[in-house]
Write a protein that binds this ligand. Structure first.
Ligand SMILES: [Mn+2]
Length: 324
Protein backbone atom coordinates (compact mmCIF):
# COMPACT_ATOMS: atom_id res chain seq x y z
CA UNK A 1 0.00 0.00 0.00
CA UNK A 2 1.39 3.35 -1.01
CA UNK A 3 1.01 6.56 0.95
CA UNK A 4 -1.64 8.30 -1.13
CA UNK A 5 -2.47 11.00 1.43
CA UNK A 6 -1.30 14.01 -0.61
CA UNK A 7 -2.83 12.80 -3.86
CA UNK A 8 -6.16 11.85 -2.23
CA UNK A 9 -6.35 15.32 -0.72
CA UNK A 10 -6.05 16.84 -4.22
CA UNK A 11 -8.63 14.39 -5.63
CA UNK A 12 -11.09 15.39 -2.92
CA UNK A 13 -10.39 19.10 -3.29
CA UNK A 14 -10.46 19.43 -7.08
CA UNK A 15 -13.63 19.67 -9.15
CA UNK A 16 -12.29 19.33 -12.70
CA UNK A 17 -9.62 16.89 -13.80
CA UNK A 18 -7.68 16.15 -16.95
CA UNK A 19 -5.77 12.86 -17.16
CA UNK A 20 -2.72 12.52 -19.41
CA UNK A 21 -1.44 9.09 -20.49
CA UNK A 22 1.86 8.94 -22.37
CA UNK A 23 2.00 9.44 -26.13
CA UNK A 24 1.41 6.25 -28.18
CA UNK A 25 -1.11 5.33 -25.53
CA UNK A 26 -1.12 1.66 -24.59
CA UNK A 27 -3.40 -0.65 -22.62
CA UNK A 28 -1.93 0.42 -19.30
CA UNK A 29 -2.18 4.15 -20.03
CA UNK A 30 -5.72 3.94 -21.40
CA UNK A 31 -6.99 1.44 -18.80
CA UNK A 32 -5.44 3.23 -15.82
CA UNK A 33 -6.83 6.58 -16.97
CA UNK A 34 -10.27 5.12 -17.63
CA UNK A 35 -10.56 3.49 -14.20
CA UNK A 36 -9.42 6.71 -12.53
CA UNK A 37 -11.74 8.87 -14.67
CA UNK A 38 -14.72 6.70 -13.77
CA UNK A 39 -13.84 6.88 -10.09
CA UNK A 40 -13.52 10.66 -10.21
CA UNK A 41 -16.82 11.03 -12.00
CA UNK A 42 -18.54 8.83 -9.37
CA UNK A 43 -17.12 11.28 -6.83
CA UNK A 44 -19.01 14.01 -8.67
CA UNK A 45 -15.95 15.43 -10.46
CA UNK A 46 -15.71 16.41 -14.09
CA UNK A 47 -13.01 14.52 -15.87
CA UNK A 48 -11.49 14.01 -19.32
CA UNK A 49 -8.67 11.84 -20.59
CA UNK A 50 -6.59 13.92 -22.97
CA UNK A 51 -4.98 11.64 -25.57
CA UNK A 52 -2.01 12.60 -27.68
CA UNK A 53 -3.12 10.20 -30.39
CA UNK A 54 -6.14 8.10 -31.22
CA UNK A 55 -6.80 4.97 -29.20
CA UNK A 56 -5.14 2.14 -31.13
CA UNK A 57 -7.57 -0.26 -32.81
CA UNK A 58 -6.98 -3.07 -30.31
CA UNK A 59 -8.15 -0.74 -27.52
CA UNK A 60 -11.04 0.86 -29.38
CA UNK A 61 -13.51 -1.25 -27.38
CA UNK A 62 -12.60 0.95 -24.38
CA UNK A 63 -13.62 4.11 -26.21
CA UNK A 64 -16.11 6.34 -24.39
CA UNK A 65 -16.73 10.08 -23.94
CA UNK A 66 -13.97 10.42 -21.32
CA UNK A 67 -11.38 10.14 -24.09
CA UNK A 68 -10.73 13.35 -26.02
CA UNK A 69 -8.12 14.36 -28.55
CA UNK A 70 -8.94 18.03 -28.05
CA UNK A 71 -10.03 19.52 -24.71
CA UNK A 72 -12.40 21.91 -26.59
CA UNK A 73 -12.31 24.60 -23.95
CA UNK A 74 -12.48 22.20 -21.01
CA UNK A 75 -9.97 23.55 -18.56
CA UNK A 76 -9.15 21.48 -15.50
CA UNK A 77 -8.00 22.56 -12.06
CA UNK A 78 -6.04 19.35 -11.69
CA UNK A 79 -3.89 17.59 -14.30
CA UNK A 80 -2.70 14.06 -13.62
CA UNK A 81 -0.01 12.38 -15.71
CA UNK A 82 -0.89 8.68 -15.55
CA UNK A 83 1.58 6.00 -16.70
CA UNK A 84 3.71 8.95 -17.79
CA UNK A 85 6.51 10.50 -15.78
CA UNK A 86 8.19 13.03 -18.01
CA UNK A 87 7.63 16.10 -20.19
CA UNK A 88 8.95 14.41 -23.31
CA UNK A 89 6.09 11.93 -23.40
CA UNK A 90 3.44 14.67 -23.61
CA UNK A 91 4.18 16.17 -27.03
CA UNK A 92 1.48 18.59 -28.13
CA UNK A 93 -0.16 18.45 -24.69
CA UNK A 94 2.63 19.73 -22.49
CA UNK A 95 1.53 23.39 -22.59
CA UNK A 96 -1.97 22.48 -21.43
CA UNK A 97 -0.52 20.22 -18.75
CA UNK A 98 1.90 22.86 -17.46
CA UNK A 99 -0.79 25.57 -17.51
CA UNK A 100 -2.91 23.57 -15.04
CA UNK A 101 -2.68 24.97 -11.49
CA UNK A 102 -2.32 21.58 -9.73
CA UNK A 103 -0.23 18.91 -11.46
CA UNK A 104 0.09 15.35 -10.17
CA UNK A 105 1.81 12.23 -11.46
CA UNK A 106 1.08 8.53 -10.94
CA UNK A 107 3.60 6.41 -12.80
CA UNK A 108 5.73 3.27 -12.80
CA UNK A 109 8.51 4.14 -15.26
CA UNK A 110 12.10 4.50 -14.09
CA UNK A 111 12.47 8.14 -13.14
CA UNK A 112 15.46 9.85 -14.70
CA UNK A 113 14.38 13.43 -15.32
CA UNK A 114 12.77 15.93 -13.00
CA UNK A 115 9.05 16.42 -13.58
CA UNK A 116 7.52 19.67 -12.41
CA UNK A 117 4.49 18.41 -10.48
CA UNK A 118 3.11 19.06 -6.99
CA UNK A 119 2.86 15.42 -5.92
CA UNK A 120 4.27 12.32 -7.54
CA UNK A 121 3.64 8.65 -6.85
CA UNK A 122 6.24 6.60 -8.69
CA UNK A 123 6.94 2.91 -8.24
CA UNK A 124 9.17 1.41 -10.95
CA UNK A 125 8.53 -2.01 -9.38
CA UNK A 126 4.80 -1.88 -10.07
CA UNK A 127 4.08 -4.26 -12.95
CA UNK A 128 1.57 -1.77 -14.38
CA UNK A 129 0.32 1.68 -13.54
CA UNK A 130 -3.04 -0.10 -13.23
CA UNK A 131 -1.67 -1.85 -10.13
CA UNK A 132 -1.06 1.55 -8.56
CA UNK A 133 -4.54 2.81 -9.51
CA UNK A 134 -6.07 -0.30 -7.94
CA UNK A 135 -4.12 0.51 -4.79
CA UNK A 136 -5.55 4.03 -4.93
CA UNK A 137 -9.07 2.56 -5.01
CA UNK A 138 -8.20 0.53 -1.90
CA UNK A 139 -6.70 3.54 -0.14
CA UNK A 140 -9.90 5.46 -0.84
CA UNK A 141 -12.02 2.61 0.48
CA UNK A 142 -13.65 2.07 -2.92
CA UNK A 143 -14.35 -1.24 -4.63
CA UNK A 144 -13.94 -0.91 -8.41
CA UNK A 145 -17.17 -1.27 -10.37
CA UNK A 146 -17.22 -3.96 -13.05
CA UNK A 147 -16.28 -1.35 -15.69
CA UNK A 148 -13.45 0.07 -13.59
CA UNK A 149 -12.15 -3.41 -12.83
CA UNK A 150 -12.23 -4.28 -16.53
CA UNK A 151 -10.21 -1.14 -17.36
CA UNK A 152 -7.67 -2.12 -14.70
CA UNK A 153 -7.55 -5.68 -16.02
CA UNK A 154 -6.71 -4.35 -19.49
CA UNK A 155 -4.00 -2.16 -17.94
CA UNK A 156 -2.38 -5.02 -16.04
CA UNK A 157 -2.68 -7.81 -18.60
CA UNK A 158 -1.21 -5.67 -21.39
CA UNK A 159 1.74 -4.31 -19.38
CA UNK A 160 2.67 -7.77 -18.12
CA UNK A 161 2.33 -9.42 -21.56
CA UNK A 162 -0.43 -11.68 -20.21
CA UNK A 163 1.60 -12.27 -17.03
CA UNK A 164 4.58 -13.56 -19.02
CA UNK A 165 6.99 -10.66 -18.38
CA UNK A 166 9.39 -10.65 -15.47
CA UNK A 167 7.54 -7.71 -13.90
CA UNK A 168 4.72 -10.12 -12.98
CA UNK A 169 4.61 -10.94 -9.29
CA UNK A 170 2.37 -12.73 -6.79
CA UNK A 171 0.95 -9.29 -6.11
CA UNK A 172 -0.02 -8.97 -9.77
CA UNK A 173 -2.00 -12.20 -9.60
CA UNK A 174 -3.55 -11.21 -6.27
CA UNK A 175 -4.69 -7.97 -7.91
CA UNK A 176 -6.24 -9.89 -10.80
CA UNK A 177 -8.05 -12.18 -8.33
CA UNK A 178 -9.42 -9.03 -6.69
CA UNK A 179 -10.65 -7.81 -10.10
CA UNK A 180 -12.34 -11.18 -10.74
CA UNK A 181 -14.22 -10.47 -7.52
CA UNK A 182 -15.54 -7.28 -9.14
CA UNK A 183 -17.27 -9.32 -11.84
CA UNK A 184 -15.00 -8.80 -14.84
CA UNK A 185 -15.58 -10.83 -18.00
CA UNK A 186 -11.93 -11.73 -18.58
CA UNK A 187 -12.62 -14.04 -21.48
CA UNK A 188 -14.45 -11.30 -23.41
CA UNK A 189 -11.63 -8.86 -22.66
CA UNK A 190 -8.96 -11.31 -23.87
CA UNK A 191 -10.93 -11.94 -27.04
CA UNK A 192 -11.18 -8.20 -27.67
CA UNK A 193 -7.47 -7.72 -27.00
CA UNK A 194 -5.91 -10.78 -28.58
CA UNK A 195 -8.33 -12.60 -30.90
CA UNK A 196 -9.43 -9.63 -32.88
CA UNK A 197 -6.59 -8.71 -35.26
CA UNK A 198 -7.44 -6.83 -38.45
CA UNK A 199 -6.04 -8.70 -41.45
CA UNK A 200 -3.87 -5.72 -42.60
CA UNK A 201 -2.11 -6.01 -39.24
CA UNK A 202 -1.25 -9.66 -39.92
CA UNK A 203 0.01 -8.68 -43.38
CA UNK A 204 2.17 -5.93 -41.83
CA UNK A 205 3.54 -8.40 -39.27
CA UNK A 206 4.54 -10.68 -42.13
CA UNK A 207 6.44 -7.82 -43.82
CA UNK A 208 8.18 -6.96 -40.54
CA UNK A 209 9.15 -10.59 -39.91
CA UNK A 210 10.48 -10.86 -43.50
CA UNK A 211 12.83 -7.92 -42.80
CA UNK A 212 14.15 -9.25 -39.48
CA UNK A 213 17.90 -9.26 -39.20
CA UNK A 214 20.00 -10.84 -36.50
CA UNK A 215 23.25 -9.82 -34.85
CA UNK A 216 25.28 -10.47 -31.70
CA UNK A 217 25.35 -14.14 -32.64
CA UNK A 218 21.56 -14.31 -32.91
CA UNK A 219 20.97 -12.81 -29.47
CA UNK A 220 19.61 -9.63 -31.01
CA UNK A 221 16.91 -9.26 -33.62
CA UNK A 222 15.97 -6.03 -35.35
CA UNK A 223 13.21 -5.09 -37.74
CA UNK A 224 11.23 -2.05 -38.73
CA UNK A 225 8.07 -0.65 -40.29
CA UNK A 226 8.10 2.31 -42.64
CA UNK A 227 5.13 4.33 -43.84
CA UNK A 228 5.59 2.68 -47.23
CA UNK A 229 5.19 -0.79 -45.68
CA UNK A 230 2.02 0.34 -43.90
CA UNK A 231 0.58 1.64 -47.15
CA UNK A 232 1.48 -1.58 -48.94
CA UNK A 233 -0.48 -3.60 -46.36
CA UNK A 234 -3.37 -1.17 -45.95
CA UNK A 235 -2.30 -0.90 -42.32
CA UNK A 236 -2.48 2.02 -39.87
CA UNK A 237 0.31 3.00 -37.43
CA UNK A 238 -1.34 1.21 -34.50
CA UNK A 239 -1.11 -2.07 -36.39
CA UNK A 240 2.57 -2.50 -35.59
CA UNK A 241 1.73 -2.62 -31.89
CA UNK A 242 3.10 -5.83 -30.38
CA UNK A 243 5.49 -6.55 -33.26
CA UNK A 244 8.49 -6.16 -30.99
CA UNK A 245 7.12 -9.05 -28.93
CA UNK A 246 6.99 -11.28 -32.00
CA UNK A 247 10.69 -10.54 -32.61
CA UNK A 248 11.53 -11.25 -28.99
CA UNK A 249 9.68 -14.59 -29.13
CA UNK A 250 12.23 -15.96 -31.63
CA UNK A 251 14.47 -18.72 -30.29
CA UNK A 252 17.82 -17.46 -29.02
CA UNK A 253 16.84 -13.78 -29.10
CA UNK A 254 17.54 -11.87 -25.90
CA UNK A 255 16.98 -8.33 -27.19
CA UNK A 256 14.41 -7.41 -29.82
CA UNK A 257 14.40 -4.02 -31.50
CA UNK A 258 11.52 -2.70 -33.50
CA UNK A 259 11.94 0.62 -35.31
CA UNK A 260 8.84 2.41 -36.44
CA UNK A 261 8.56 5.38 -38.71
CA UNK A 262 6.42 8.07 -37.12
CA UNK A 263 3.87 10.24 -38.91
CA UNK A 264 6.44 13.08 -39.06
CA UNK A 265 8.89 10.80 -40.85
CA UNK A 266 11.19 10.31 -37.85
CA UNK A 267 11.77 6.98 -36.15
CA UNK A 268 11.05 5.52 -32.75
CA UNK A 269 12.66 2.32 -31.50
CA UNK A 270 11.05 -0.07 -29.03
CA UNK A 271 13.31 -2.57 -27.33
CA UNK A 272 12.46 -5.64 -25.32
CA UNK A 273 14.71 -7.97 -23.36
CA UNK A 274 13.70 -11.52 -22.63
CA UNK A 275 15.67 -12.79 -19.69
CA UNK A 276 18.67 -10.85 -18.43
CA UNK A 277 19.57 -7.83 -20.57
CA UNK A 278 18.81 -4.24 -19.56
CA UNK A 279 17.30 -2.30 -22.45
CA UNK A 280 16.74 0.78 -20.30
CA UNK A 281 20.57 0.95 -20.16
CA UNK A 282 20.56 1.12 -23.97
CA UNK A 283 17.72 3.64 -24.25
CA UNK A 284 18.65 6.09 -21.48
CA UNK A 285 21.97 7.32 -22.96
CA UNK A 286 20.13 7.85 -26.25
CA UNK A 287 17.63 10.16 -24.57
CA UNK A 288 14.93 7.49 -24.22
CA UNK A 289 13.45 5.77 -21.21
CA UNK A 290 11.42 2.87 -19.93
CA UNK A 291 11.95 -0.25 -17.88
CA UNK A 292 14.74 -2.84 -17.61
CA UNK A 293 13.03 -5.25 -20.00
CA UNK A 294 11.04 -2.74 -22.08
CA UNK A 295 12.35 0.61 -23.21
CA UNK A 296 12.32 2.96 -26.16
CA UNK A 297 13.86 6.03 -27.70
CA UNK A 298 13.20 8.46 -30.53
CA UNK A 299 15.45 9.59 -33.36
CA UNK A 300 15.45 12.42 -35.83
CA UNK A 301 17.58 10.81 -38.53
CA UNK A 302 17.19 8.23 -41.27
CA UNK A 303 16.51 4.53 -40.74
CA UNK A 304 20.05 3.40 -41.65
CA UNK A 305 21.50 5.85 -39.16
CA UNK A 306 19.12 4.66 -36.44
CA UNK A 307 20.28 1.10 -37.06
CA UNK A 308 23.94 2.21 -37.01
CA UNK A 309 23.38 3.79 -33.59
CA UNK A 310 21.38 0.95 -32.07
CA UNK A 311 23.34 -2.09 -33.22
CA UNK A 312 26.60 -1.26 -31.36
CA UNK A 313 24.66 -0.04 -28.30
CA UNK A 314 22.77 -3.32 -28.10
CA UNK A 315 25.94 -5.33 -28.77
CA UNK A 316 27.64 -3.50 -25.89
CA UNK A 317 24.76 -4.27 -23.54
CA UNK A 318 24.82 -7.96 -24.52
CA UNK A 319 28.61 -8.04 -24.10
CA UNK A 320 28.13 -7.18 -20.41
CA UNK A 321 26.47 -10.56 -19.98
CA UNK A 322 28.96 -12.90 -21.62
CA UNK A 323 28.87 -15.08 -18.49
CA UNK A 324 25.31 -16.16 -19.37
MN1 LIG B 1 2.68 1.18 -18.10
Amino acid sequence: MYDWKDIIEELNKGKTFMLYPHVNVDGDGAGSCLALARMLSEMGKECRIYLGDELPAYLSFLDCPFFVMDPLGFSAEVAIAVDCGEDGRLPGRLDTFMATPVRLCIDHHIKTKPFDVKHIMNDPHASACGMMILDLFRAMGRTPSKEEAEALYVAIITDTGCFKYSNTTAETHAAIAELYGCGIDHSRLCNMLYENKPFPKIKLEAEIIKRARFFAGGKACLSYATQEMLDMCGAVPGHSEGCVDILRSIEGVEIAIFIKQQQDGNYRASMRAKDYADVAAVALPLGGGGHVRAAGCSFSCGLDEVIDILVPAVEAELARHTDI
